[in-house]
Design a protein around this ligand. Structure first.
Ligand code: 5RP
Length: 236
């Protein structure tokens, strides 16, 4: 499967394949969203088909739900599962304390709900996602469409007093229309460059009316499985 992949895809694939080994028979598994998580879903699909692995998956987006069904994984809702044994998902950035920025694919809300409802969260990522300080990747914030420009102004104003380097934000677009999340909300991408205190920023942003959730995952990830372009894998 991995012979003709580019180094970046190989890194994602090997991380996903290694993380799939954490999944055991009978588990309820949170299935992440994005290109790395898609490798994981394909790997688990192979294990279901070829090895008789029995799992139930809770997808974090409509895209992942479709892929999971396509590869033969039984899909259930989070409310049916109630609690999950494990969630495996990608990330846009991770730091030395395994804090994350997620939401590059726009699925941060379901991803955070599912990861929080799991005994353990494993992040799968290529080595390029590792950073010393979070924030070079724009921080996604999910906001409700009503009054989104007012919410944006409030967010930007509040950032002035926070330990961040930048504070501009852009509405995520899908062509010439705003990008809609699976919940019908918008995404504001905050260009911060460097987040000094991710925990504080996350708490402050989530207190604002109109903000549904932000893409900072603090104290949620337990393990990161890192893939390299030459096929090496590291588990931290
Ligand atoms: C989607 C996410 C993804 O996990 C994140 O964007 C990483 O994606 P990829 O594996 O394609 O680099 O948070 O909302």
């Amino acid at each position: 499967m991995s012979s003709d992949l580019s180094p970046i895809d190989k890194a994602k694939f090997v991380a996903a394949k290694r993380a799939a080994q954490f999944v055991e028979d009978g588990m309820r598994v949170g299935l992440g969203t994005g290109s790395t998580a898609a490798w994981l879903v394909r790997c688990l699909g192979e294990m279901v088909r070829d090895d008789g692995l029995k799992i139930r998956g809770v997808p974090t987006s409509s895209r992942t739900a479709q892929l999971a069904r396509d590869v033969g994984i039984e899909v259930i809702s989070l409310d049916e599962a109630k609690w999950l044994d494990i969630t495996i998902d990608g990330a846009d950035e991770f730091d030395g304390e395994l804090n994350l920025i997620k939401g590059g694919g726009g699925a941060l809300l379901q991803e955070k709900i599912v990861a929080t409802a799991s005994d353990q969260m494993i992040v799968i990522a290529d080595i390029g996602k590792e950073v010393e300080h979070l924030g070079a990747f724009p921080l996604p914030i999910e906001v409700i469409p009503f009054g989104w420009q007012t919410t944006q102004a409030l967010v930007e104003e509040t950032l002035i007093s926070m330990d961040v380097l930048g504070r501009s934000s852009t509405l995520r677009m899908n062509g010439d229309r705003p990008f809609h999340t699976d919940e019908g909300n918008y995404i504001l991408d905050l260009h911060l460059n460097r987040i000094g205190n991710p925990r504080q920023l996350s708490l402050v942003v989530n207190q604002m009316p109109g903000v549904v959730e932000n893409g900072l995952f603090i104290d949620i990830c337990d393990t990161v499985v890192i893939g390299y372009g030459d096929g090496r894998v590291e588990v931290r």
